[in-house]
Design a protein around this ligand. Structure first.
Ligand SMILES: *Cc1c(COP(=O)(O)O)cnc(C)c1O
Length: 416
């Protein structure tokens, strides 16, 4: 690269990634093939519209790329040919947030109600938080988790839905460590004739590899980012069920409505290089190796949780069955900000996070969120999770410096 300033910054960032333990559950490490597609001259091309119906010339190869990406996406999540004919997928959203906004624009008239999880209990900003466009343009009704169990309480969600009668209900979270019962969410949505939208951004990889139940038998719409457990480039996809009963009742072609909301509703030209890189990732996600990988992610987060518990830490909801866990650090007298800062000084990258019914402010909450996708990509297993839990405990409980040991572990598990 002839831009020396930028080159040195990129090199520094690569080195940072190599020499630190990334425990942020929404991050991962993509393959060279994904990077190659992302950095290809496909970025030069404008392709407003959809395959076969573009506003620009010269799209014969781009059409094939987008169609390939769509076919791979459907095949990955819908094993039966009959099923993937029922579903449509849009691979153009620039990222997860605009994908969620597009679904709301398509299916819920502005000013009306939809329901989602509160941000401070594990929901996402785009599930109707007041600072998000989704909370300004619609009336967001929020459910939380049970105060005792810290788990979803489906009876309470049903009661709230009956009272508020939202047009759409979102299931799928950013900081909830447990599996979600999509069948129960379907029953709740049916009880009030609402659409069920599952935002599987965080656990999509686990669904693809069979380590988490699939939302596809129950949802009307499924959104996902492509850069988290799916291990692709930054981006998003929206799946719509053409045979959705809710859509039929409302006489809406939801696939068409979503396509129109993405383009021209919200976006202009799709990022073709990003779509190609997603197609590359989706091929990797269909392998036996990926299946093993996602099962290992879950084994690793459970091993991490168990060891932290053994060392006397409280894990929210008592454990995890996904790729992430929430650690209550305030219980041991440490703020979430202080905890994540201290860990960062020791080469351990995590993020501070609220825990359910948190009594501390969001900028310095009671917890930290830990996830295992990136460490698992580096090849770490249960044995290393015990070591990492030990590092965390040494830093937070004993104020020890583990930076040199962290670097040593990183060198043993290099980034490809
Ligand atoms: C990450 C995430 C998003 C948003 O994705 P961005 O690509 O960061 O915009 C939306 N919903 C959930 C549940 C997420 O975890």
């Amino acid at each position: 690269m002839s831009d020396k300033i930028l080159e040195s910054l990129i090199r520094a960032e690569i080195r940072r990634q190599k020499e630190t333990l990334d425990l942020i559950p929404s991050e991962n490490i993509v393959s060279h093939n994904v990077l190659a597609a992302l950095g290809s001259p496909l970025t030069n091309k404008y392709a407003e519209g959809y395959p076969g119906a573009r506003y620009y010339g010269g799209n014969q190869y781009v059409d094939q790329i987008e169609n390939l990406c769509r076919a791979r996406a459907l095949k990955l999540f819908l094993r039966q040919q009959a099923d993937y004919k029922k579903w449509s997928v849009n691979v153009q959203p620039y990222s997860g947030s605009p994908a969620n906004l597009a679904v709301l624009l398509a299916l819920v008239p502005t000013g009306e109600k939809f329901m989602g999880m509160r941000l401070d209990m594990g929901g996402h900003l785009t599930h109707g938080h007041k600072v998000s466009a989704t909370g300004k343009l619609w009336q967001a009704i929020h459910y939380g988790v049970d105060e005792k169990t810290e788990l979803l309480n489906y009876e309470n969600i049903l009661r709230l839905a009956r009272k508020e009668r939202p047009k759409l209900i979102i299931a799928g979270f950013t900081a909830y460590p447990r599996q979600i019962d999509f069948k129960k969410f379907r029953r709740i949505a049916d009880a009030v004739h609402a659409y069920l939208m599952v935002d599987m951004s965080h656990f999509a990889g686990l669904v693809a590899g069979g380590a988490h139940p699939s939302p596809f038998p129950y949802a009307d719409v499924v959104t996902t980012t492509t850069h988290k457990t799916l291990r692709g480039p930054r981006g998003a996809m929206i799946f719509t069920n053409r045979e959705s009963r809710t859509a039929n009742r409302n006489k809406v072609d939801i696939a068409k409505a979503v396509d129109k909301a993405v383009f021209p509703g919200l976006q202009g030209g799709p990022h073709v290089n990003q779509i190609a890189a997603t197609a590359v990732a989706l091929k990797e996600d269909a392998t036996q190796q990926f299946k093993k990988y996602v099962h290992q992610i879950v084994k690793n987060s459970q091993a991490l949780a168990r060891e932290l518990q053994r060392l006397g830490w409280r894990v929210v909801s008592g454990g995890t069955d996904t790729h992430l866990l929430l650690l209550d650090v305030a219980e041991r007298g440490i703020g979430g900000k202080e905890a994540s800062d201290k860990l960062e000084q020791n080469g351990i990258i995590a993020n501070k996070n609220t825990i359910p019914y948190d009594h501390r402010p969001p900028m310095d909450p009671s917890g930290i969120r830990l996830g295992t996708p990136a460490l698992t990509t580096r090849g770490m297993k249960e044995k290393e999770m015990k070591i990492v839990a030990g590092f965390i405990n040494d830093v937070l409980a004993k104020n020890e410096n583990v930076l040199a040991l962290v670097k040593k572990l990183c060198r043993k598990f290099p980034i490809e």
